[in-house]
Design a protein around this ligand. Structure first.
Ligand code: PGA
Length: 240
C-alpha cells in the first residue's frame, strides 16, 4: 500500500554516543510529524537507539545485512538476527553495489530473506551518470527491478519500498530535477508496482524537498547527508 515515508540513512557516521545524541534530538524534533519516519543508524548503534525510540513515531532500519540466516560468514549479520530490532532494511544501495560489488542476484536473495523475516525492504535502484548521459536510465532501472524482484509473488512484491537513487545525485549536491524524478517514479509504478511506496534519494535537503514532495508518483525520501542534522531532517519530513 502506498504510504508516505521519510527515511534517514546515516551511513558510516557517528559512534554510539553520537548516534544516541542524534536519536534523542530526533525524538524531540520529529514528534507529531505525519509520514512514517525511519532512521537507519550504523549497526553498532541499532540496539541503544531502538531502546530510545521505542514507543515514539520513529521506526528503525538497518543499512545492510547478509542473505543467509547463519553460518560461516565472517563479519556479516543476518536478516533473522535483526528481527525484533528493526522494521526496515536498506537493500541494494549504490554504495553496496559499487564499493562492495553487490550484484542483482545477491540483492534479490536479500529482498526475499527480508520479506521472510517480515522486515520491510527499502530496495534502492538508480543509474550512473554515464547511463543517464546515454539516455538509457529507463531501460537500466527496469532491468534492475526485474532482477532484484525476480521470483516474488504479487503480495510479497507489494511490500517492497522502492527508492529511486540516481548515483550521480548521491552526496553530490546535484539532485535530480522534479521532471527526472517523476519520470522514473512513474516508470517504476508501471512495472507492476503501482501500489508500492516509491521514494527518491540523492542530495535531498530542506531547500529542495518541498518541490519534490508534490510529485504525484513520489511517496517520500531516502535522505543521506541531511539526515544527520535533526532539524533539517524534520523540515524535510514535514513536507508530507
Ligand atoms: P545523500 O544520500 O542524501 O547524501 O545524497 C542519499 C543516499 O545515499 O541514500
Amino acid at each position: 500500500m502506498r504510504q508516505k515515508i521519510v527515511a534517514g540513512n546515516w551511513k558510516m557516521n557517528g559512534n554510539i554516543a553520537e548516534g544516541i545524541a542524534l536519536a534523542l534530538e530526533l525524538k524531540d524534533k520529529l514528534r507529531g510529524l505525519k509520514p512514517e519516519l525511519v532512521v537507519c543508524p550504523p549497526l553498532i548503534a541499532l540496539e541503544p537507539i531502538a531502546k530510545i525510540l521505542t514507543g515514539t513515531n520513529i521506526k528503525i532500519g538497518a543499512q545492510n545485512a547478509y542473505c543467509e540466516a547463519k553460518g560461516a560468514f565472517t563479519g556479516e549479520v543476518s536478516i533473522p538476527m535483526l528481527k525484533g530490532l528493526v522494521q526496515y532494511l536498506i537493500i541494494g544501495h549504490s554504495e553496496r553495489r559499487q564499493i562492495f560489488g553487490e550484484q542483482d542476484d545477491l540483492i534479490n536473495k536479500k529482498v526475499k530473506a527480508c520479506l521472510d523475516a517480515e522486515i520491510i525492504p527499502i530496495l534502492c535502484v538508480g543509474e550512473t551518470a554515464v547511463i543517464r548521459k546515454a539516455a538509457e536510465q529507463e531501460k537500466f532501472v527496469t532491468e534492475q527491478l526485474k532482477q532484484d524482484l525476480t521470483g516474488l509473488d504479487k503480495v510479497s512484491k507489494a511490500k517492497v519500498v522502492i527508492a529511486y537513487e540516481p548515483i550521480w545525485a548521491i552526496g553530490t549536491g546535484e539532485n535530480a530535477s522534479p521532471k527526472q524524478v517523476e519520470e522514473i517514479c512513474a516508470l517504476i509504478r508501471a512495472q507492476g508496482l503501482s501500489e508500492n511506496s516509491v521514494l527518491y534519494g540523492g542530495s535531498v535537503n530542506a531547500g529542495n524537498a518541498a518541490t519534490l514532495a508534490e510529485l504525484p508518483d513520489l511517496d517520500g525520501f531516502l535522505v543521506g547527508g541531511a539526515s544527520l542534522k535533526a532539524e533539517e531532517f524534520a523540515q524535510i519530513a514535514a513536507n508530507f
